[in-house]
Design a protein around this ligand. Structure first.
Ligand code: AVI
Length: 339
């Protein structure tokens, strides 16, 4: 049975067969791995870690909780914008395919698929994510809701290029939501957008969800929630290092801090060292001393103005076509075409 067979939704679920039906998307270029990134990041001052290592099983679960926090307006605002504009968007693009980068559970894209169904379109859904099991769950849920929906699940890293994305006929709507673009600094954002642009024809579009620049209080509250979920999410990256690199970093010797840097229009997340200690990372054969007052720089979440976003889009050969803003500029969806 292929993932697109009409009876997929009613067939008994065999977890191994379902995972096997997720196609690997081979990388177009080499991306650095954990050992290499930690070695390079720990050689810098302040020391740095890549946010891509946040998302082990616990990190993914903590991120799901962040999305439901009262202070973290991004997910709700984006969902509200999608609900309000999905029909207009789909009417305008009339996609034959929706390709979602970093699809995860694809909950928000469900709104777009429902609009495709209302418009009588036979749109195929291509979720791409590094995690095959999350794709299998999403496919089962979506095929139960939209019987006959063709889902071509692709397991791969969208930061490693999209040269091997299978060819499509007709119009494709690429979708990149959640302000995930904000976690890439300028050059990597432009590389990613350039990779998407290279897959786009004149009729194709990219739907990009981003978080606009706004007042410091709202932004900082979103990344310093009162329940401490974001703090646990940030600190969890140290658990990842300990587990994956045979380490003994004292996680309790760090405190989460997130601040808005207005000069760079971005939230910066740190793990501040509150107790001096020495830790060994066995897989690197290295010992590191962390001193009080020092910080590990763990994440950027860029916030966008329309012109700031153009600074990423235009060099990548892309241009904004239609903008949708949530109340008081809380969130933005941009429909983007090839320039
Ligand atoms: C996934 N990404 C867009 C989130 C963000 O807002 O930058 C990750 C996150 N970090 C802390 N809270 C949420």
């Amino acid at each position: 049975m292929t993932p697109s067979s009409p009876d997929a939704a009613t067939a008994p679920v065999d977890a191994d067969a379902a995972i096997a039906a997720v196609e690997p998307l081979p990388p177009s270029r080499r991306v650095s791995g954990l050992i290499e990134d930690v070695r390079a990041g720990f050689a810098k001052r302040p020391r740095e870690l890549s946010p891509k290592y946040f998302y082990d099983a616990r990190g993914a679960e903590l991120f799901e909780r962040i999305c439901a926090l009262p202070e973290y307006y991004l997910t709700r605002s984006e969902a509200g914008l999608l609900d309000a504009h999905a029909d207009a968007l789909i009417d305008r693009v009339r996609p034959d395919h929706i390709v979602e980068l970093g699809a995860g559970s694809a909950r928000k894209t469900e709104t777009l698929l429902a609009a495709c169904e209302r418009a009588g379109l036979d749109t195929a859904f291509w979720p791409l994510d590094v995690c095959a099991s999350v794709l299998v769950e999403a496919r089962e849920r979506l095929q139960a809701r939209f019987p006959g929906l063709r889902v071509r699940a692709l397991a791969g890293d969208h930061t490693a290029g999209l040269d091997h994305l299978p060819p499509r006929t007709g119009r494709t709507l690429f979708v990149f939501l959640g302000s995930s673009l904000g976690n890439f600094e300028g050059e990597s954002a432009r590389t990613l957008l350039g990779d998407i642009a290279a897959c786009m024809g004149g009729e194709d579009r990219l739907l990009l969800g981003v978080d606009p620049v706004k007042d410091r209080e709202t932004l900082e509250a979103a990344y310093n929630d009162s329940e401490g979920v974001t703090a646990a999410f940030n600190a969890n990256v140290l658990n990842v290092l300990n587990r994956e690199l045979d380490g003994d970093i004292d996680v309790d010797a760090f405190r989460h801090r997130a601040v808005f840097n207005p000069a760079a229009n971005r939230i910066e997340a740190y793990l501040d060292v509150v107790r001096r200690h020495t830790a060994r990372l066995g897989a690197l054969g290295e010992t590191y001393t962390f001193v009080e007052g020092e910080s590990l720089f763990t994440e950027i979440s860029r916030k966008f103005t329309p012109t700031g976003l153009d600074g990423d889009l235009n060099p990548a050969g892309l241009a904004r076509e239609v903008d949708f803003f949530a109340d008081r500029n809380r969130y933005a969806l941009h429909l983007v075409r090839r320039a």
